[in-house]
Each structure stands twice: as C-alpha cells, then as structure tokens.
Design a protein around this ligand. Structure first.
Ligand code: ZN
Length: 270
C-alpha cells in the first residue's frame, strides 16, 4: 500500500459508501459514535446520592462559603462531599449563584416546578429579570403556576393572572373576583376581572405584592372621605350657619353625618 493520504485511506467495514463513491454518488456521512464513553459523569458517592434523591432537599451550598445553588446546578457538583451543605428551604442570607438563580427561584415559588422549561420561555417573553424574580419569589413569597398563555400568581391573599392576549406579546393583568361581606371579609366568587389592560412584569409585581384587601379598603375609604370633604366645603347656602345659630350648626353636623353614612353604605355595597 502506498503513502496514506489524509481522509482517503480509511478502513472500511461498510461497503455501501464505497459502492456509491464508485458510482459517482456522494457516500452517506460516517455513522456518529453512539456514546462517548470518556464523557461519563463521576458517579455520586452514596452520601451524595442520598441527598440528591431526597425530594425534600432543594438546594446545595458549601459549608466553607460560596454561593447558594439549586440542587441541579452543575457548579454544585464541584463541592466536595465533606463540605456539602443541603437545605429544604431557600436560604436568602447566602448569595445566589447566577447560573442557577432562575431555577432556584422557580423551585421555591412554583406550584408546578415540573413546568420549568415553560417558565423559562414565559419569563423571556414577559421580560422578567432574575432580580425581579428574586423579589417576587424570595422576598414576597409569591407562588405561581404556568400555562402556555401566562402565569397565575398568588399574592398575599388574592390570585391574579398575568396573561398574553390579542395574539401578541401584550399582557393584561386580571384580578380574582370577590364579593365583600358586611363584616369586612370577602368571599371569592371564582373567575377574574380585568385589572389592567396593559401590564408589564414590573407593573404586575408592584400591583400584586402591594395588594391587601384591608389596604385596598382603607385607600377606597380615604378617597371617599376626600371627595366628601370637597362636598362639605361647597355646602349649599342654607347650611351656612350664622354666628350663635346653634340649630344651623347642628343641622350641618347632622347633614355631614348623614352623607358620611350614605357613603359608607355605598362603599360596602361595592
Ligand atoms: Zn448554581
């Protein structure tokens, strides 16, 4: 055999290619190796195997310092067994590894962590930044579930929908329906009503994390009172009590109270 030329002399096991070459047709590409045996992962020690298979364990870190990891993070694999710390809870006092941050936050707050690939897609489309996700899941302890057209988000007391509509990337924020009861509590009546026709991730977060029904009621009452104060300033002529005219002053007070109670009634009917 003469001098070997690169790429030409190759030991042949399959002659189909050769046949095609002889016929002037291009041979099929060489078969890909099925698996690269040299790339196999180091097997976990029994200690680590026990930690990794424990579903309650969600996070890993090194007891000697360094960042906090989602248990799936490849960087956590480099922590030696003797330094390996693990946690069921999210430990916010340890700085988060940026590589696994979003996954760690979703593992913390999602009711459907198995939907993680969908979350990644939604967050990109909805423009949620890791910083915003941290505030949402870690600081505000917000819970979520994902569907193809948006997120259901549970805030302090209420549930919300941040969803795409109009067949575009435009998002709207929906708020759960409720009926107020005279004792100041509510019953949730199912379904959602429109809260904002155009919402960004930031807007939704601010609206949801800031909302409690008590604050909402207080804000509504304050607004009613302010509007009412404006009306009192513009009392009709007949009510301008003259000096020393006690009955006029009493009438004014009575009128003020009557209006105030009317407003309260109106408010609680809402
Ligand atoms: Zn990590």
């Amino acid at each position: 055999m003469g001098r070997k030329t690169k790429g030409v002399i190759r030991e042949r096991k399959d002659y189909t290619g050769l046949l095609l070459e002889l016929q002037g047709k291009s041979p099929s590409p060489p078969p890909q190796p099925v698996a690269d045996a040299s790339e196999h992962k180091t097997p976990y020690s029994p200690y680590r195997q026990r930690i990794m298979s424990d579903e309650a364990v969600k996070y890993l870190y090194s007891k000697r310092g360094g960042p906090f990891h989602d248990k799936s993070c490849p960087k956590a694999q480099h922590i030696p067994d003797e330094e390996l710390g693990y946690s069921e809870k999210y430990l916010s006092n340890i700085s988060q590894c940026p590589l696994c941050a979003v996954k760690a936050y979703v593992r913390l707050g999602a009711k459907d962590f198995y939907n993680y690939p969908l979350y990644e897609k939604l967050f990109r489309r909805m423009r949620f930044t890791p910083v915003l996700l941290r505030r949402m899941y870690v600081n505000e302890k917000i819970r979520t579930s994902a569907s193809s057209n948006g997120l259901t988000i549970w805030g302090k007391e209420d549930s919300w929908r941040l969803e795409f509509w109009d067949g575009s990337d435009t998002m709207r924020l929906m708020h759960n329906n409720y009926y107020p009861l005279p004792d100041g509590t509510r019953i949730f009546t199912g379904g959602y009503h429109l809260q904002a026709e155009r919402a960004t991730a930031n807007y939704a977060f601010t609206a949801i994390s800031g909302y409690t029904y008590a604050d909402h009621k207080a804000a509504m009452l304050k607004r009613e009172q302010e509007q009412f104060a404006l009306k009192v300033d513009a009392l009709p002529e007949g009510f301008s009590a003259e000096k020393d005219d006690l009955s006029g002053a009493k009438k004014k007070v009575f009128w003020v109270w009557k209006k105030f109670i009317e407003l309260l009634r109106k408010f609680f009917r809402k």
